[in-house]
Ligand binder design. Structure first.
Ligand code: SAH
Length: 241
């Protein structure tokens, strides 16, 4: 079973949204499990504090390496990577979520205040992951985003496995646009090709739309897609045929 352990000062926030919908059902069916550990339980003083002022001065408080190390050491790691959520981390990608979903799970360390004493990262082999170029008040929502991205990929969690294969990022492109009934909405019709019943033409239209949307919205992704070697281009040609 895929397991997530969260180290946080706010264990009451979990499972929160991770218990809703398909993820909640996945957990009750035993596909994955979540456990939140309160960092404060590892405080070494009667005040329950786990942070201190920054060496060298400056604003804010820093989470202590020794206390976080004790919290980490209390967990049965079972081969799982320790990931600190941090705006300084490598940006989370779908490929990374996929890779993590294929492993035994993860241990997520949620920062608060100014951040974490730098020495912890090397001492406990902690990896840093960011969920985007913006600053949150704490790592909890970022950990939820990371865990949700992984868990929805686990076998048995999402209803239809085929809906995973055509998603945004799966083949380096953003997803094509979707439509459903009514056939006309406020004067806007569903594109004729989607009602044609011609599956090859529909696939071709979707592929072109996916490319167009990626090119205009995410030139960075599109550039990578175009440069991604003969195999992908050949797959693309095969699909277009
Ligand atoms: N002083 C830090 C920001 C601290 S924000 C800096 O300038 O880098 C407090 C905590 O929120 C961080 O320790 C981290 O755990 C979390 N956090 C904030 N933004 C994040 C992001 N984009 N991705 C992941 N975690 C984030």
């Amino acid at each position: 079973m895929w397991r997530a352990t969260i180290l946080t000062l706010y264990p009451e926030l979990f499972p929160g949204p991770l218990d809703a919908s398909v993820l909640g059902r996945g957990a009750s069916e035993g596909h994955w499990a979540l456990e939140a550990v309160n960092i404060r339980d590892f405080s070494d003083n009667k005040y329950g504090s786990i942070d201190d002022t920054p060496a060298g001065g400056g604003a804010g408080l820093i989470m202590r390496a020794d206390i976080l190390a004790n919290a980490i050491d209390s967990i049965d790691r079972a081969g799982r990577p320790i990931i600190a959520l941090s705006p300084r981390g490598t940006p989370l990608t779908q490929a990374q979520a996929k890779a993590l979903s294929l492993g035994p799970g993860l241990i997520a360390l949620c920062g608060r205040f100014e951040g974490i004493d730098e020495r912890l990262f090397e001492a406990r082999n902690v990896e840093e992951i960011s969920i985007g170029d913006f600053v949150l008040a704490g790592g909890e929502i970022a950990a939820m985003a990371l865990i949700e991205a992984c868990v929805r990929l686990l076998p048995g969690v999402l209803g239809s496995a085929s809906s995973l294969g055509e998603e945004s990022f799966e083949d380096g492109l953003l997803e094509y646009p979707h439509f459903t009934r009514p056939r006309e909405f406020e004067g806007r019709a569903i594109p004729d090709v989607l009602l044609s019943g011609d599956h090859a033409k529909i696939a071709e239209w979707r592929r072109e739309k996916a490319k167009e949307i990626t090119r205009t919205r995410r030139p960075d992704l599109f550039k990578r897609f175009c440069e991604s070697g003969p195999i992908r281009r050949q797959n693309d040609k095969d699909r277009e045929r």
